[in-house]
Design a protein around this ligand. Structure first.
Ligand SMILES: [Zn+2]
Length: 428
């Protein structure tokens, strides 16, 4: 029986969302948290976009160093030979790619304005796949944009050609959130049976069903004899009404009626990191977590009414489907209500030393020896401390808000990687 794998696209769909964005350090932290959670792959960005080059290279370096392991890092590009060539010119070491092209009548007519036929679209895609293969790409996903508004016969033909040319996965994109659980099940199931290749499910929430359509699509792929890959984003942040929320999707797979125990994750997800990951993404994007967000919302485990409170006190399972501790909740959070020294782009050494000392005190025995050494060294040596502080200033220029502890520790531990992440040089 096929398995379900998570490909998180926060660093691609999430950051391309209107009015939202992340600094390159924040994107890197998201990759680190996704890796800690056990996510199979992070679609980490756009390899043809020049300001992503240093970030992608630095993250591939972190993978080589074993920091971003075992997560796979994949890029998203348009399905054209030109994009493939640009990718490998800018980021030669990239190993995983998804190439994307519109397949619906609406988009072929509406975007190419009569200049392309369906056969042209298929041809462009196979040429892009061939080009990616010639560069030694380890895995290639082929994305059918607007697949849910594409006729099935053409989708089967398109996906079959992708497979013939060596694509590893077919990404079924419900780009406009048009599917419902019933329609996506039918379509993906037919694709899995007809094309016999693993299918990625990419769903949006325009009709409020992104998680439901994602797991229904995955069921369709598995019932059709194939592995399924679900695209998620942290907190569901994505174009317009957003994507399938990572945590809600994993909860739906592992806890929902008739699904749990039957349809399984190919790699276990450590939900105890979800509270930290969701809160970091919320802070980094500047988007509060809704009070009723599954699992991590402020009300997700709150009870007020008499019958509910009484019931949950007698046995939590009366009114809670899963336990908050599973999600990494329950540890009190310290909020500074008095004097606060923050990192900032105009910060100085004395404030910086104070912040780092506070982090060390707070983490106490928990702090990894390696990091502790690094900070000790940086504090023992004035030049080293000044160097880390300089990097922190640059990180603040990009983030425009105080850095979180994990970001400061990351810079202290990997200053050379941080320097690459913070290097944006449009004039050179
Ligand atoms: Zn999308």
């Amino acid at each position: 029986m096929g398995k379900i794998y998570i490909i998180d696209v926060t660093n691609r769909d999430g950051v391309q969302t209107a009015k939202l964005g992340l600094s390159k350090l924040e994107k890197t932290m998201i990759n680190i948290y996704l890796n800690e959670m056990g996510v199979f792959q992070s679609e980490l960005g756009f390899p043809t976009t020049k300001h992503e080059t240093n970030y992608i290279k630095a993250n591939l370096e972190l993978a080589e160093m074993g920091v971003l392991q075992p997560i796979r890092l994949g890029g998203w590009i348009r399905a054209t030979v030109e994009d493939v060539e640009t990718t490998f010119k800018l980021v030669p070491k990239l190993k995983h790619l998804n190439v994307s092209i519109s397949t619906s009548e609406q988009m072929i007519q509406g975007k190419f304005l009569g200049r392309k036929t369906k056969d042209d679209i298929t041809q462009m895609m196979v040429e892009a796949v061939d080009a990616a293969r010639s560069h030694g790409t380890e895995s290639i996903g082929v994305n059918a944009e607007d697949a849910s508004r594409t006729d099935l016969a053409y989708l089967i033909k398109f996906a079959s050609q992708a497979k013939l040319h060596g694509a590893d996965r077919f990404r079924y994109c419900d780009t406009l959130g048009y599917d419902n659980p019933f329609t996506i099940y039918e379509t993906v199931n037919a694709l899995a049976k007809e094309v016999s290749m693993p299918i990625e499910i990419h769903c949006h929430g325009d009709l409020g069903m992104a998680v439901a359509t994602s797991i229904a699509g995955a069921k369709g792929a598995i019932d059709g004899g194939q592995d399924a890959y679900i695209n998620t984003t942290v907190n569901g942040i994505g174009e317009r009404a957003g994507n399938a929320d990572l945590l809600a999707t994993v909860l739906a797979i592992t806890k929902s009626k008739g699904f749990a125990g039957k349809y399984k994750l190919g790699r276990p997800i450590d939900l105890s990191k979800s509270w930290k990951t969701a809160n970091f993404a919320s802070y980094a994007f500047g988007v509060p977590i809704p009070i009723n967000q599954p699992g991590v919302g402020a009300n997700a485990f709150a009870h007020a009414s008499g019958i509910h409170a009484d019931g949950v006190l007698k046995d939590p399972q009366n009114y809670e489907l899963y336990d908050y501790t599973e999600l990494g909740r329950g540890t009190p959070v310290t909020v500074e209500t008095g004097r606060e020294i923050c990192s900032g782009e105009y910060g100085g050494i004395s404030g910086f030393r104070h912040i780092m000392r506070k982090i060390q005190e707070r983490m106490g025995g928990e702090i990894e020896e390696e990091i502790e050494e690094k900070i000790e060294v940086s504090f023992a040596n004035a030049a080293e401390a000044e160097k880390i502080l300089e990097l922190v200033r640059y990180a603040n220029v990009c983030a425009q808000k105080p850095l979180v502890e994990d970001e400061l520790l990351f810079i202290a531990q990997y200053p050379d990687i941080a320097r690459k992440l913070l290097t944006l040089a449009p004039l050179s």
